[in-house]
Structure formats: structure tokens, C-alpha cells
Design a binder for this molecule. Structure first.
Ligand code: NIG
Ligand code: FE
Length: 422
């Protein structure tokens, strides 16, 4: 048993980005960082007990008794909440990367049996120990880049056993390491070989055979569908997500990435937690999303990695008042990165989000997309002390120094979970 943990007083935050002020953030509020110069935090039992300018926090009686940690002038912000990842996979698809550089498209490779189906073959054949070891390594990398919570999807199994195995491994990983994992059932990623040409029958199978097991073991909080050209139709997605909702799983959708199919409108209709990708939305979709409570989770790593010129219309979404989040979409096919700082760099340079907007989208709005904004995503009294510390002089340098990891410490619920010397 641990003794009574001492409070922790963190000082020396040159810029403390609190993000105070409510959620989800839309429009102008998306860029409000609640920045405190020379800030301090008092942490008790993993939660924020006080936050403010150093002189105010330091003179609290509890602060005088606390263990002191002086960061010596760093940038401190909420840990990143990465609301879209495909954490568990067995192998990279570097050979497809090379084929794409030579001119093949993502969809052509998928039609030839590569793409997601390739990852399905390797995941099914991989021993559990191998999958766990890989995921552990990537989780440590997420933490090293300032991420404290990730959503993680199944979807490379596509049989009852293989989907349940992925979700059970997420549960095991949650128990053994500190990065928070929010599990999503993505049985409807693509049609597996066993159901080739019978997508409707596969959806029925998921509803009758797999969903009840996922629900009975409480293995997922959300149900996602890859609703796009070459994957599932809007009607198929609607049928699965309605059934999922009836078992207690909230819907979310991969929408309008490769072609406009109407998936974003389905997300609005279902009041989905989020609609992700959105590169191909039209003006009416944009208005519908902006009026809704659906989070628009943008994944610029995909366009970058697939060498596509088109990015989601982040500026127009923000200006119309949509709720915008940013995530890595960590996966072996379209976005093999765990780096939220890199995603911020892409959001700023390719989608013209401001550094402040990108930070709020990557933290507080990501937390909203995962239905956790009352606990994480900003640094306010009562919330968990999930922090990323960057060795920089100005928060705008987080996206500015692209491809360089300046995160030097990460805290989850007040515990140091990653750190490195500078
Ligand atoms: O979000 N598009 C569907 N799912 C992933 C890609 C998965 C893969 O290619 O393995 C995505 O881009
Ligand atoms: Fe994805």
C-alpha cells in the first residue's frame, strides 16, 4: 500500500495553457488558450487542486507543504487527447508506401487485396505476445510525444475471435500501462474475405454475433464504421450503428475521406460522437455539421502520408461554427505516426489552423469527442492532472519545429509517465 501521497506543486511554467472556459469549443473560442505566464499547478490525488500565476498558487497553505517541482521555464499544456487511432496492428505496410510513391493509389492497392486486408492477414496470424509488445512500444511513444489519452479501434481482425482478441488486448494494456485507452469496435472496417461480395450479410453477422459479445464483456465504448467508397454504404452503416446504440455503444464514423457518400450527414442524423476525415464534404454537409453536436475530427496525417493535395476544410468548418478536433489516425496504411506535435504542424501549415486552434482541437475538443471533457482536456480545478511539458519558449513553437520532439515530460493523473533529459 502506498502511503498518503504528498501534493505536488509544479512551478516554472513559462507559459501555462489552461484552456479554461468550457467545451466543446467552436468558432473564435477554439483559439482561447487561457494562457498564464509564470504559472503553477497544485496537484492532489492526481487531480488539479489549484492553478494560476505562481505567486497565487505558491502562497496557498497546501502548496507550502507540497513536494516542489520547478520546471525552470517550460511550456505546459493539457496532455494530448488523440481521438482516432488504430493502435493494434502486426506489421507496417512500407512496401505499399513505396508502391504509392511509384504511382499506385491507396484504393488500387486495396482492390488488389492489399491495404486493410493485408493488415487483417498479418494481425490474424500474429501471436498475442507479439501484438502486445508492439502496442506497448507505441504507447510509450505516444506518451513521449505528450499524449495522455488515445482512442483505439479494432478492425484488423474481422472475425468474432480476432475482433474480441484486439479489444481484450486493449483492456489488458489499459491495466498495465498509464496512457488511457478508449476502445472502439470497428468490425465494419472492410468486408473480410469470408464475406466477399456479401457486405450486407457481414453487417448482419456483426449485429447478431459480434456486437452482443462486445457489449456483454463491455469491451468497447464506441462503434465505428468505415463508411466510404470500397468499404460500407450509408445504409449498412446506419443499420450497424443503430444496433450498436441499442447495446450501449455510441456511434462514430469514418466519413467522406475517399469519396462523398453521405456519411457526414449520417453522423449528424445519428448524433454521432464524431465524424472523422471529412476531406470530401460539400457546403451543405459543412453547414449540417456546424449546426450539430458532432465533433469533426480531422486527420491531416492521412493526406500527408498518401501524398494527397486535398485536406479537410478546417478553416471553413471553424468559421461556420463546427466543433473541430485533431487526431493522428495512427495506422499502418494511411497515417503511421503517433506524433500529435506533427499533426499540429500539418494542421497549421496545410489547413491554416492557428497554433492556438490546433492545440485546443488536439486536447479539449478531442476529449469532447471521447465524451471525457468533464475529466480531461483542460487544466482546471477538479480535472485530472494530465500534462505535456515542452522545452520551448513559446507555444507556437510546438507546430513550428516540425518533426522534432520537444516534449520533455508527460504526466498522467499527476504521475510522470514519460521524460527525457534535454
Ligand atoms: O482511417 N480508412 C479507414 N481506416 C484507416 C486506414 C486503415 C488502413 O489503411 O489500414 C484510416 O485512414
Ligand atoms: Fe482511421
Amino acid at each position: 500500500m502506498r502511503g498518503v501521497a504528498r501534493d505536488l506543486l509544479i512551478l516554472g511554467c513559462r507559459q501555462l495553457l489552461t484552456l479554461r472556459g468550457g467545451w466543446p469549443r467552436r468558432g473564435r473560442a477554439l483559439g482561447e488558450l487561457g494562457l498564464i505566464r509564470d504559472g503553477a499547478l497544485l496537484i492532489r490525488h492526481g487531480r488539479i487542486a489549484a492553478v494560476g500565476p505562481r505567486r497565487n498558487v505558491e502562497r496557498l497553505p497546501a502548496a507550502r507543504r507540497a513536494h516542489r517541482l520547478d520546471l525552470g521555464g517550460k511550456i505546459v499544456l493539457p496532455g494530448f487527447v488523440d481521438a482516432h487511432t488504430h493502435l493494434l496492428f502486426a506489421a507496417s505496410r512500407a512496401e505499399e508506401y513505396e508502391q504509392r510513391i511509384a504511382g499506385a493509389s491507396y484504393e488500387e492497392i486495396a482492390r488488389r487485396g492489399g491495404g486493410i486486408l493485408r493488415s487483417v492477414r498479418t494481425l490474424r496470424a500474429a501471436p498475442e505476445a507479439v501484438l502486445l509488445e508492439r502496442a506497448r512500444g507505441w504507447l510509450a511513444e505516444f506518451a513521449a510525444h505528450g499524449t495522455t489519452t488515445i482512442e483505439a479501434k479494432s478492425g484488423y481482425g474481422l472475425t468474432t475471435a480476432a475482433e474480441l482478441r484486439t479489444l481484450r488486448l486493449y483492456r489488458q494494456l489499459q491495466h498495465e500501462q498509464p496512457v488511457e485507452i478508449v476502445p472502439t469496435f470497428l468490425g465494419a472496417h472492410v468486408v473480410p474475405p469470408e464475406f466477399r461480395g456479401r457486405a450486407d450479410a457481414y453487417i448482419t453477422f456483426l449485429i447478431q454475433r459480434v456486437l452482443p459479445r462486445v457489449a456483454a464483456e463491455q469491451l468497447a465504448e464506441f462503434c465505428d464504421v468505415f463508411c466510404d467508397r470500397g468499404a460500407f454504404t450509408v445504409a449498412q452503416a446506419r443499420r450497424l450503428l443503430a444496433a450498436a446504440r441499442a447495446t450501449g455503444l455510441r456511434p462514430r464514423l469514418h466519413a467522406e475521406q475517399l469519396a462523398r457518400t453521405g456519411a457526414a450527414r449520417l453522423a449528424v442524423e445519428l448524433e454521432a460522437a464524431s465524424a472523422d476525415h471529412l476531406e470530401k464534404i460539400n457546403a451543405a454537409d459543412l453547414r449540417a455539421l456546424a449546426r450539430s453536436s458532432v465533433c469533426c475530427t480531422l486527420l491531416p496525417g492521412c493526406s500527408f502520408h498518401l501524398s494527397l493535395r486535398e485536406y479537410a476544410p478546417a478553416r471553413r468548418l471553424i468559421e461556420a461554427g463546427a466543433i473541430v478536433a485533431l487526431a493522428t489516425d495512427f495506422n499502418p496504411g494511411t497515417s503511421p505516426t503517433v506524433s500529435m506535435p506533427m499533426v499540429l504542424a500539418l494542421a497549421c501549415t496545410q489547413m491554416r489552423m492557428t497554433p492556438a486552434e490546433a492545440i485546443v482541437a488536439a486536447t479539449l475538443n478531442g476529449a469532447y469527442a471521447l465524451r471525457r471533457a468533464e475529466r480531461i482536456g483542460s487544466l482546471e480545478v477538479g480535472k485530472f492532472a494530465d500534462l505535456a511539458v515542452f522545452d520551448l519558449e513559446d507555444y507556437r513553437e510546438i507546430p513550428y519545429y516540425f518533426g522534432v520532439n520537444r516534449c520533455v515530460a508527460t504526466f498522467k493523473r499527476g504521475e510522470l509517465i514519460a521524460s527525457r533529459r534535454t
